[in-house]
Design a protein around this ligand. Structure first.
Ligand code: S3P
Length: 201
């Protein structure tokens, strides 16, 4: 995994996007905690790279015809996790090169982790607990946080999940400030990664 220590705000980001686009031969998948900003960064990356964008939660809600909390309530978490595996298989089979934002727990299912860490270019969108708490005042659509002390529940999930997220090829720190800063950081880190690494299939 590479970090983005050499990030310089003066780079020509369009050129970086062009470099990424030329070299990218697989989908980009964003992993990380709920509330870290995966969907927002995913949309911006897709726009800047001229690629389609998918969000696995939205795909599941669309095909189930109900919301994530309703799916958890009616079918249970295990069925939701099984749906995540199917969505990943479908998106990776059918949609070629695209940007995909994953639900925060998806890569905790080994079948999803196998697909994401072997067959895609994975990006861990990392944000610290304080930023996630400050950014997300409305957590009610996250069933895993229902009736819990939010700070405690999130920090427990972080402990469990960080070793898995750390398998990602690239890490991008989502910080307070303009969203474009995070986008630029991601473009820089991805371009650098693709310049130096042939991700083994
Ligand atoms: C979950 C994260 C959510 C959603 C579901 C479970 C998790 O997605 O998939 O509530 O286990 O962390 P976001 O990460 O997009 O919030």
């Amino acid at each position: 995994m590479r970090t983005n220590l050499l990030y310089t705000p003066t780079r020509d980001y369009e050129q970086l996007a062009g470099n990424i686009r030329r070299r990218l031969d697989r989908p980009l998948v964003l992993v990380g905690m709920m509330g870290a900003g995966k969907s927002r960064l995913g949309r911006m990356l897709a726009k800047s790279l001229g690629l389609p964008f998918f969000d696995t939660d939205a795909e599941i809600e669309q095909s189930a015809g109900c919301s994530i909390p309703e799916i958890f309530e009616r079918m249970g978490e295990a069925n939701f996790r099984a749906a995540e595996v199917r969505v990943f298989q479908r998106l990776l089979d059918q949609n070629g090169i695209a940007v995909i934002a994953s639900g925060g727990g998806a890569v905790m299912t080994p079948a999803v982790a196998d697909l994401v860490f072997a067959d895609t270019l994975s990006v861990w969108v990392r944000a610290d607990l304080e930023l996630m708490m400050a950014r997300n005042r409305r957590w009610e659509n996250r069933p895993l946080l229902a009736n819990r002390d939010i700070r405690q529940a999130i920090s427990e999930l972080m402990d469990k999940r960080y070793p898995v997220y750390a398998r990602a090829h690239v890490v991008v720190d989502s910080r307070a400030g303009p969203a474009t800063d995070t986008l630029h950081q991601a473009l820089f880190a991805l371009s650098e990664h693709l310049d130096t690494c042939a991700v083994p299939r």
